[in-house]
Ligand binder design. Structure first.
Ligand SMILES: [Fe+2]
Ligand SMILES: [Fe+2]
Length: 184
């Protein structure tokens, strides 16, 4: 498998969730109540999967390796835009999490910032993914030999293998912190 294989498979899963977020946004715009457990699931997906797992491999491995090559200015410009998209997605997810944290457990509260950030993310991800799939990944791979591509695929796998441990170490730390500082 080429190293862009896992990244493109991850794109398909991100697209499925983004599509679902679009459906949820339509539901909210039709006047339905906010759904905090749904939003918590979305925030976890965006942070753990879309950002840490997927953008993590792109930024820490593929983009980092490319940055060490003399790549043509057009491709370098696309990579810069992609990095900015990742930052915008991270910032929007952070704003979504803040808006959700401000809601009551039953979802009562201000809907506008939740709808606004959902709309931003639903617009951002598909365009970003289309640029990577159609205009970036293939020319990017052209800068690496077959052996280098195989090595990159191995590093992607190693990167992925650490993440489930990282995720649940953080859960354990959060639980320990709650025990030290219980909710009144
Ligand atoms: Fe990306
Ligand atoms: Fe991507």
């Amino acid at each position: 498998m080429l190293p862009i294989g896992p990244l493109m498979i991850e794109h398909r899963l991100i697209e499925r969730v983004i599509q679902d977020m679009g459906a949820e946004l339509s539901r909210l715009r039709a006047g339905s109540a906010l759904d905090p457990p749904y939003l918590a699931t979305i925030i976890d997906f965006l942070r753990t999967y879309a950002d840490r797992t997927h953008h993590g491999k792109e930024e820490d491995i593929l983009f980092a390796d490319l940055a060490e090559r003399q790549i043509e200015p057009g491709l370098a410009g696309i990579m810069q835009t992609l990095l900015e998209d990742h930052q915008r997605a991270r910032a929007a997810t952070g704003r979504l999490a803040e808006a959700v944290a401000a809601l009551g457990a039953d979802g009562e509260g201000v809907a506008a910032p939740v709808e606004g950030t959902l709309a931003e993310l639903v617009a951002l991800y598909p365009a970003h993914i289309a640029t990577e799939d159609r205009r970036f990944f293939k020319p990017a791979l052209g800068y690496f030999t077959r052996h280098e591509q195989e090595d990159m695929l191995q590093r992607f796998r190693k990167f992925d293998s650490s993440l489930i441990h990282e995720r649940y170490r953080r859960v354990a730390e959060t639980l320990a912190q709650r025990r030290l500082d219980p909710i009144p």
